[in-house]
Write a protein that binds this ligand. Structure first.
Ligand SMILES: [Zn+2]
Length: 206
């Protein structure tokens, strides 16, 4: 639905603003990948899984895929260490044509809740576009609940001076989804879907 709207909007609406918004993209050359949490901050912990380990695993999978496409990559951490949000955001500060991808897994007191979602900084048009591209790919190959994309006042996105999104790759507190998040095949497909979303966003900017 979203994809067909993206194609139709410029035909329906006149004016460059509408067209720009509908076809928004950006030819980035580098992706700063931020694996959420680390060190003394484990993130969410459920069913024997620890968020900080899963985010680093997916980050390295995405890195490998992007390098294969000729895109530069920098990770905010490569090991199990604690890094302040400001320092994570700063990694993206001095590189032109860069986007920020922060990776997390979700948790909720209601263990029935599952699915993926992508968050962007409120008011960031490019963040919203990037989020829509990434989220429309997530769950395309997996039967995963699509919780959509939405603005959220997240510090790491506020501090980063580039287009950025934060992807919540699944709920560790949902028993069914936690089993998937703990499986390498699932994390590989999520990584491939995220990369697909990034590349579509990049193509749209050409
Ligand atoms: Zn997190």
């Amino acid at each position: 639905m979203r994809r067909s709207l993206l194609i139709l909007l410029p035909l329906i609406l006149s004016g460059s603003l509408a067209a720009d918004r509908a076809l928004g993209g950006e030819v980035f050359n580098k992706v700063v990948i931020d694996p959420g949490h680390g060190g003394k901050d484990p993130g969410s912990v459920a069913f024997g899984l620890v968020e900080k380990h899963l985010t680093l695993d997916i980050a390295k999978r995405i890195e490998k895929l992007l390098i294969g496409k000729g895109i530069q990559v920098e990770l905010t951490r490569r090991e199990d260490v604690f890094i302040e949000l400001a320092d994570r955001a700063a990694v993206a500060a001095n590189s032109p044509d860069t986007i920020l991808l922060s990776l997390h897994f979700n948790a909720h007191a209601d263990r029935s809740i599952s699915g993926t979602e992508t968050l962007y900084w409120p008011g960031s048009e490019s963040g919203r576009e990037l989020a829509s591209y990434v989220q429309s790919e997530l769950g395309r190959r997996l039967v995963t609940r699509n919780r959509g994309f939405r603005p959220e006042r997240l510090k790491v996105l506020e501090l980063a001076p580039v287009t950025g999104v934060l992807v919540e790759c699944g709920f560790l507190t949902n028993r069914w989804e936690s089993q998937r998040c703990g499986a390498e095949w699932f994390r590989q497909i999520v990584a491939e879907e995220i990369v697909q979303g990034l590349l579509r966003y990049r193509e749209a900017g050409e």
